[in-house]
Design a protein around this ligand. Structure first.
Ligand SMILES: [Cu+2]
Length: 232
């Protein structure tokens, strides 16, 4: 009787996603000639210009030396319906540093705290422009100032801009699960700790748009790879 009760009780506990061990990893290839890097015009704020004496390259398109694309948001679009994944308490940090957002593209879970930080001694005005979530628009005049926000609904993607510095932009993918990644300096993404299943993986790039692929993970510890290709 006691044992049955214990089994029933343990089945009711939600399994933390770290209990799963299937992975999807891969690359986002850029085919064709890489567009020339664009210099950002910082002249609107001499404080910002002074922080970048050698100039600053725009991040809208960043083709890596190995012909891959950086800052592509890669996430599980379908295949997790009916499962719930509680958000981490640990915040995602969006820093305003050198009159620039760091990171340029990132993922966050619904109801996970987003900590927006001003590391500069310059006024920034962070302005989120969601379609599904609540818009906000905050002046952050003091160095070291922090503001916490959450997003209540999933949304691909929420854009942030600075109302003082028109060149500043960042994009967040807001999801109800933690299965997302952003391609790095080698064009690599990695989505870890998935349950076995059949998934639709979608990629989003600021300029080159959306692609998707089906990926199946047959076993609890399966690994699959996926390659995406963008053209200019
Ligand atoms: Cu700014």
């Amino acid at each position: 009787m006691k044992i049955n009760h214990l089994i029933l009780w343990s089945l009711m506990i939600a399994i933390p996603h770290s209990a799963y061990a299937a992975n999807i990893a891969g690359k986002v290839i850029f085919e064709g000639a890489a567009p020339e890097g664009k210099q950002v015009d910082l002249s609107a704020d001499p404080n910002c210009a002074a922080l970048h004496p050698d100039g600053l390259l725009a991040e809208e398109v960043t083709v890596n030396p190995n012909a891959t694309l950086k800052n592509v948001f890669v996430y599980v679009k379908k295949g997790l319906e009916g499962q719930t994944f509680s958000p981490p308490e640990e915040p995602v940090i969006l820093d305003q540093k050198g009159c620039w957002y760091e990171p340029h593209v990132f993922g966050i879970q619904v109801n996970q705290p987003l900590e927006i930080l001003n590391s500069d001694s310059t006024l920034h005005n962070v302005h989120a422009l969601p379609a599904e979530n609540k818009e906000f628009n905050l002046g952050m005049p003091i160095q070291g100032m922090k503001v916490k926000k959450i997003f209540a609904k999933p949304e691909i993607m929420v854009k942030f801009k600075c109302d003082v510095h028109p060149w500043m932009a960042s994009y967040a993918g807001v999801l109800e699960h933690p299965f997302f990644s952003v391609t790095n300096e080698e064009g690599i993404f990695e989505i870890k700790g998935l349950p076995a299943g059949s998934y639709v993986i979608e990629t989003w790039h600021e300029k080159y748009g959306i692609q998707s692929q089906n990926v199946s993970l047959a076993a609890a510890d399966a690994s699959a790879s996926a390659e995406f290709k963008y053209q200019p």
